[in-house]
Design a protein around this ligand. Structure first.
Ligand code: ATP
Length: 252
């Protein structure tokens, strides 16, 4: 087992985070990728779906200050700063696509990096809490991250983000390249993090499985949102079936 079935111990005691994005634009140099994107991330688990190149990663990069953005982004009604370290200080953590762990460093040292804004004692306490939530990682804490399987590394990346006790966790394609069983495991972890009080915004290409664990979803195509709604309704919508699942919705 990768994790206990109990809810995460370190749920956030403060008010659950809400993000409001109004007229977001972003791109690379003169190339616009996102145009006038507006949406809301409520407490729970929100998924952003869309084909390759739709702008999903760009969206997360813009929200975390990694690229410049236009438009308004409000975290709990307050304008979100544009500098990454200030965004982290406001309680937002990103697990980037491809995990970006330090392969030559141990699991422990990778987790330490997730607590760079904390004092040493705070960091030790948070790592202890995270290892309670990911007991398998406790057994592996001395292992070099680069020697772990893809799924294990993804778990370290999520655990590292959780060391900062984020109020809003962003996950960029956590299931990318993983075996089906690990995909289920990772998506279940995302669900449990949301249930424990951290608002989760997840980008996924695994449409069916992502909608099965999410509360709400948005569909991004060519830089614009084309559909949104409760995950259960979206899973039955024609846009999802025709575009992503290659069939017509089942009439119930
Ligand atoms: P995928 O699922 O393939 O990761 P995505 O929806 O996350 O796709 P993005 O990675 O956000 O899409 O890419 C959106 C567009 O921006 C694409 O046309 C891509 O080529 C372009 N793009 C992404 N990163 C850069 C960059 N660093 N410089 C220039 N263009 C980029």
């Amino acid at each position: 087992m990768w994790h206990s079935d109990t809810p995460f111990e370190h749920g956030v005691a403060t008010r659950r985070a809400r993000l409001r994005v109004i007229g977001l634009s972003a791109g690379y140099g003169p190339l616009p990728v996102l145009r006038d994107v507006s949406f809301e991330v409520k407490p729970g688990l929100t998924v952003i779906l869309g084909p390759n190149g739709a702008g999903k990663t760009t969206l997360l990069r813009a929200l975390t200050g990694l690229i410049p953005r236009g438009g308004e982004v409000l975290l709990d009604g307050e304008e979100l700063p544009e500098k990454t370290h200030e965004i982290v200080q406001r309680g937002i953590a990103l697990v980037p696509e491809g995990r970006q762990l330090f392969g030559q460093m141990t699991v422990d040292d990778n987790l330490e990096l997730g607590g760079w804004l904390l004092t040493k004692p705070q960091r030790a306490e948070r790592i202890e809490g995270v290892l309670n939530d990911f007991p398998k990682l406790r057994e592996r804490r001395a292992q070099l991250a680069g020697t772990m399987s893809g799924g294990e590394q993804q778990m370290v990346a999520v655990a590292r983000a959780m060391v900062s006790s984020p109020r809003l966790l962003m996950l960029d394609e956590p299931s990318l390249g993983l075996a089906p069983r690990m995909v289920d495991e990772l998506l279940a972890i995302a669900r449990r993090i949301a249930d424990a009080g951290t608002t989760v915004l997840m980008v996924e290409q695994n449409v069916k499985k992502a909608l099965a664990v999410a509360d709400r979803g948005y569909v991004l195509e060519r830089g614009s949102l084309v559909a949104s709604g409760p995950a259960a309704l979206l899973a039955r919508s024609s846009v999802i079936h025709e575009t992503y699942l290659g069939n017509a919705p089942r009439s119930t």
